[in-house]
Design a protein around this ligand. Structure first.
Ligand code: HEM
Length: 412
């Protein structure tokens, strides 16, 4: 079975003509092409669909997301080597579907399937929910106040380097029960590519080895001890398996939350009226955080590989296909959200698609929300005059991971 190039390769209808486009998607050896409806082409100019790897897209992907959502809801991006899905309902459906796993191959939760995934996930989830998270968040709150007070003494500072990158990593390091001193090392790995999908595992393995040996001999109450003493199918997890899980927790917890928090601060600092409202009413912080994740998710493009034929946006894609779920495009779908480009902390239902959907949806959502809430509270309390440094404008960038890399502010 092989994929064929996708629309538009037939005659283009006049602009404005709604058309149910039917294109060949897959050919089985010796058989006729199977055709599937892949959506509606509206007002096309005859131009080829845009590619996510075109120049400038990583700086601002939102204009391209809009074109894809409006005119090419399911389309093959030849340069990227993936099918792009961009409408809210289709992205939810794709992420919620079994049979799509993370790329490139790896050993984290996001790469596992079926019962193996269920068993490993059940080990991690309880430590990232409810009372367990409340206990962790208290530690995150203390760290946030220490960091915020340090910043308060400076005339000008970069909130990303001095705050956003430290706090989430410290929260997950604490959840695992690793020493606080390891936070700096983890942070460096995050900058070098440690994400939800692991990466840098040799260094991580070496760093973890003595901790694993100690936890196996004398388990404590932390998440690392839970993983070291857990059994799946009657057998303890290998050091490699524990390391893979720890990698996805540190990477996900560190990088994704740091970028999301940086975008959250940028959205608030860009709108002094809404910032003042949150200052006055701290109970609005969770909604303001959720709205920022909708508008500016830290993982706007989630790549998945089909391990069997899957249905995406109404079409069947064969095993081996790579699907790019455009969470960033879906979060600004006007069919789902009114005035989708606007950051509005009073929006009734910003959803939670930034954390994915279905069995692989992010287990760290609650920890991330608590970390962000305590982080913002600490900054608002310690920095009453917080505002942009003169002339500074945030410049988010990135596609697989996205957010501003510098936030220059005046704390007083
Ligand atoms: C704002 C912060 C975060 C965002 C936006 C985020 C986003 C995501 C997304 C989009 C996925 C893929 C979901 C899917 O395939 O449907 C994911 C998976 C995952 N996240 Fe996060 N994440 C965040 C924070 C965290 C934290 C704090 C942790 C851990 C402490 C974490 C651990 C994980 C893990 C382990 C997975 C893989 C789950 C699985 O495959 O079953 N994430 N996250």
């Amino acid at each position: 079975m092989r994929c064929l190039p996708v629309p538009p390769d037939g005659p283009i209808p006049p602009p404005g003509t709604p058309l149910a486009l039917r294109v060949p998607l897959a050919v089985r050896d010796g058989s006729a092409p199977t055709t599937h409806s892949v959506g509606v082409l509206r007002g096309p100019s005859g131009a080829a669909p845009p590619s996510l790897v075109s120049p400038g897209v990583a700086r601002d992907p939102y204009p391209v997301f809009r074109v894809l959502r409006e005119s090419f809801p399911l389309v093959r991006d030849e340069l990227l080597g993936a099918w792009l899905v961009s409408r809210y309902a289709d992205v939810c459906g794709a992420l919620g579907q079994d049979g799509l796993v993370a790329v490139p191959p790896g050993r984290t939760l996001a790469h596992m399937e079926g019962d193996t995934h269920r068993a490993h996930r059940a080990l991690v989830e309880p430590a990232l929910r409810g009372r367990a998270v409340a206990a962790l968040a208290a530690g995150a709150s203390r760290t946030a106040y220490v960091l915020a007070r340090r910043i308060a003494a400076r005339p000008e500072t970069d909130l990303v380097a001095e705050f956003c990158q430290w706090l989430p990593t410290a929260a997950v390091t604490a959840a695992l029960g690793l020493p606080y001193e390891d936070t700096a090392r983890v942070q460096q790995w995050c900058r070098g590519g440690l994400t939800h999908l692991g990466g840098h595992h040799h260094e991580l393995d070496a760093c973890l080895r003595p901790h694993l040996a100690r936890r196996r001999a004398r388990p404590g109450g932390d998440l690392l001890s839970v993983l070291c003493t857990a059994e799946v199918d009657g057998r303890p997890l290998s050091d490699e398996a524990v390391s893979g899980l720890v990698g996805s927790l540190l990477g996900g917890g560190g990088e994704a939350t740091a970028l999301a928090f940086a975008s959250f601060l940028a959205n608030l600092l860009d709108d002094p009226r809404q910032l003042a409202l949150v200052r006055e009413r701290h109970e609005l912080i969770p909604a303001a955080w959720a709205e920022s994740l909708r508008r500016d998710p830290p993982a706007p493009v989630v790549l998945r590989r089909a391990v069997r034929p899957v249905t995406v946006a109404g079409a069947t894609l064969p095993a081996g296909t790579v699907v790019a779920c455009l969470v960033g495009a879906a979060g600004r779908d006007p069919d789902r959200f009114a005035h989708p480009d606007r950051y509005d902390i009073l929006r009734a239902d910003p959803g939670r698609l930034a954390f994915g959907a279905g069995r692989h949806s992010c287990p760290g959502a609650e920890l991330a929300a608590r970390t962000a809430e305590y982080g913002l509270r600490a900054l608002l309390d310690a920095l009453p005059g917080l505002r942009w440094a003169p002339g500074f404008r945030p410049a988010p960038r990135g596609l697989l991971t996205r957010g501003p890399r510098i936030l220059l502010v005046r704390p007083r």
